[in-house]
Design a protein around this ligand. Structure first.
Ligand code: ADP
Ligand code: MG
Length: 274
């Protein structure tokens, strides 16, 4: 067993970019599915009031009895907020519109920016045996995203391969620096992931060149191609890895999962020795 993955202490990744539509939710769902295929146990925390990760993983609104809102602001029974999905090893803490008011309610709470950190480290979490927790952030640098940055070990930043992609990054980096300077000095950047990459499009190549030149090794080797199967999968309430396992999108998210798992020394779960 490696140092980085220890039983009962999952690696927590926040998937953040204050821009909407860059592939955060798609990456949360499909990276989770890729890691689950490798035998890791995964929790996706939906931290966006839009609840897209919840829908995409097949947990419909009426089934979201307890949500990440409760996880932050109440002390719910963990079995009520951590739900199994149709994918083995993949669990979800869902979100709904309640979370939209959380920013205001959090503002008056003394521990406002630490609530998610405390919730994910509370006693009782260890019995789920998660190897990774992926937090799907909302498209803003709100208190919810700050909660995720304080709760996590590292941040994964999806970057849509289009013009102006790098522009919003400096604001996110500034927030990361502030969080490092205060509540989470150990916060790392897991990497920047180029999404919706179209190799026939010059612009995609320009953005890639720019990103690799400016950010160097922070950019994942794996890039996620623009692939229609990826965008269809959520309407079937499945990760693309289940919806169309051999699609280019599935292959790319599997490669990303391997890139991350190898980095953390995660070897497929062994059968217990007899
Ligand atoms: P965010 O969570 O950052 O707002 P989403 O993951 O919801 O972004 O993605 C925005 C839109 O782009 C969604 O409709 C999604 O299906 C689509 N999309 C994301 N990644 C891809 C991809 N690799 N190929 C095609 N469509 C994609
Ligand atoms: Mg989203």
């Amino acid at each position: 067993m490696s140092d980085s993955i220890r039983p009962g202490k999952p690696l927590i990744l926040a998937i953040a970019n204050q821009k909407g539509g860059v592939g955060k939710t798609t990456t949360a769902i499909n990276l989770a599915a890729g890691l689950a295929e490798l035998g890791a146990r995964i929790l996706v925390v939906d931290l966006d009031p839009q609840g897209n990760a919840s829908t995409g993983l097949g947990i419909e609104a009426p089934d979201r009895l307890k949500t990440s809102y409760d996880l932050l602001l109440d002390k719910p029974d963990l079995d009520e907020v951590i739900l199994p999905t149709r994918t083995d090893n993949l669990f979800l803490c869902p979100a709904n519109a309640d979370l939209a008011s959380a920013d205001i309610e959090l503002a008056v709470n003394e521990k406002r920016s630490q609530l998610l950190r405390e919730a994910l480290r509370q006693q009782g979490m260890e019995r789920f045996g998660f190897d990774y927790i992926l937090i799907d952030c909302p498209p803003s640098l709100s208190l919810l995203t700050v909660n995720a940055l304080i709760a996590c070990d590292s941040v994964l930043v999806p970057l849509q391969s289009e013009f102006f992609a790098l522009e919003g990054l400096s604001q996110l980096m500034l927030t990361i620096r502030e969080v490092r300077g205060t509540a989470n000095p150990a916060l790392k950047i897991e990497g920047v992931l180029l999404t919706m990459y179209d190799k026939r499009n010059n612009l995609s190549q320009l953005v890639e060149g720019d990103a690799r030149q400016n950010l160097g090794d922070l950019v994942f080797r794996t890039m996620i191609p623009r692939n229609v199967r990826v965008s269809e999968a959520p309407s079937y309430a499945l990760p693309v890895l289940s919806y169309d396992p051999t699609s280019k999108g599935s292959e790319a998210y599997r490669a990303l999962a391997r890139e991350i798992a190898v980095r953390h020394g995660f070897a497929a779960r062994q059968e217990p020795a007899l």
